[in-house]
Structure formats: structure tokens, C-alpha cells
Design a binder for this molecule. Structure first.
Ligand code: S3P
Length: 181
């Protein structure tokens, strides 16, 4: 019996390509793309860096959890999450326990991530927190790897990442290949 997949959620460290591969994947599937960080910013009425500086990281994580719990119930959706969302137990639990959600980890080496994120410290407070960056990366890696699928993205273009995701969806009996994608 196939498990129909109604949404794909992309996780991975900053610079893993969630926000670039996500819209391409959504276009291929004929689904909507949503970037959770953009939703959080719209709802808060301020950019993420400002949420961090005015309210602190814990408050940002609560906002992030609330937005994701709501979005993760929508159908026909490719949802890209911020790199730290997976550390919130409630968020991770929900994503891993929904049978209609496919959780995909776009894996990236820390060195590649840093290279790709060059010049974005102003908008990425976690990137600016250099002293804790390596520890955050190491702490998150096993959590990301709990995803249904991990794709090593370092040598891949965004288009190749999407190809790899679609191929994996077909192989996993998600019903997606059956719809002619
Ligand atoms: C964060 C990653 C960011 C954003 C916030 C915190 C993190 O998203 O959610 O700045 O903790 O790694 P991206 O992974 O899209 O950069």
C-alpha cells in the first residue's frame, strides 16, 4: 500500500540550499512553496535578526514552532524550515510522526555552508554567533539525519538536488512518481 505524501519538508543547516531547491521542487510537483522564516518574519512584523535582538533566541524558537505546527498541516506544500527548527522537540516530533509528511534533510558540510552563507551574518544571527557555530552544527547533525531521507548536497546544483529528491520520492513508493512528475 502506498503512503500518499501531501507535503515535503526540507531541513538542513544554513546554506544547505532549502530556499533555492525548495521553489524548484515545488514547481516540479505543482505544489506551493513556503519558507517558514518568511512566515515568521511577516507574522512578527520584523526581520529574524531583529526578533533575536529584541526578544532573544528562545522567543524566536517559540514563534518558529507555532508557525511550523500550523503550516505542517497544509497539503500540496513544499516547506523549507530554518536550520535550527529541528532542535525544538515538539516540531521534530510532529514532523517525524505525520505519515503524510516527507522530511528531507539537505546535508551540507560546515565548510561548504560557511562558504555559501558568506556575507549574510547581518541577517543570520546564528551565523554571527561564531563561537557556537561548530557545536550547533555537530549537535544538529544527528537530528537532521532522523529525516526520512538525507541527500548530500555539497557537489550538487539546486537542479541536481531536485532531481535527487524526485528520484527518491519515486523509489520510496510515495505515490508521487505515479502522478507523472
Ligand atoms: C537559523 C537559521 C535561519 C533562521 C534563523 C536561525 C539557525 O534559517 O531560521 O536565522 O538556527 O540555524 P536558514 O537555515 O534558512 O538560514
Amino acid at each position: 500500500m502506498l503512503t500518499p505524501i501531501r507535503r515535503v519538508v526540507l531541513i538542513g543547516f544554513m546554506g544547505s540550499g532549502k530556499s533555492t531547491a525548495g521553489p524548484l521542487l515545488a514547481a516540479q510537483l505543482g505544489w506551493r512553496f513556503v519558507d517558514a522564516d518568511e512566515v515568521i518574519e511577516t507574522e512578527a512584523g520584523m526581520p529574524i535578526a531583529e526578533i533575536f535582538s529584541r526578544e532573544g533566541e528562545a522567543a524566536f524558537r517559540r514563534r518558529e514552532r507555532d508557525s511550523i505546527l500550523r503550516l505542517a498541516g497544509e497539503d500540496g506544500l513544499v516547506l523549507a524550515l530554518g536550520g535550527g527548527a529541528i532542535e525544538t522537540d515538539e516540531t521534530r516530533g510532529l514532523l517525524l510522526s505525520s505519515p503524510e509528511t516527507l522530511l528531507i534533510h539537505l546535508e551540507v558540510d560546515l565548510a561548504t555552508a560557511l562558504q555559501r552563507c558568506g556575507g549574510t551574518k547581518g541577517t543570520r544571527p546564528v551565523l554571527a554567533d561564531e563561537a557556537n557555530l561548530e557545536a550547533r552544527y555537530q549537535r544538529r547533525l544527528p537530528l537532521y539525519r532522523m529525516a526520512h531521507l538525507s541527500i548530500a548536497t555539497d557537489p550538487l546544483t539546486s537542479e541536481q538536488v531536485v532531481e535527487a529528491v524526485i528520484a527518491a520520492l519515486r523509489n520510496q513508493g510515495t505515490g508521487i512518481g505515479d502522478r507523472g512528475v
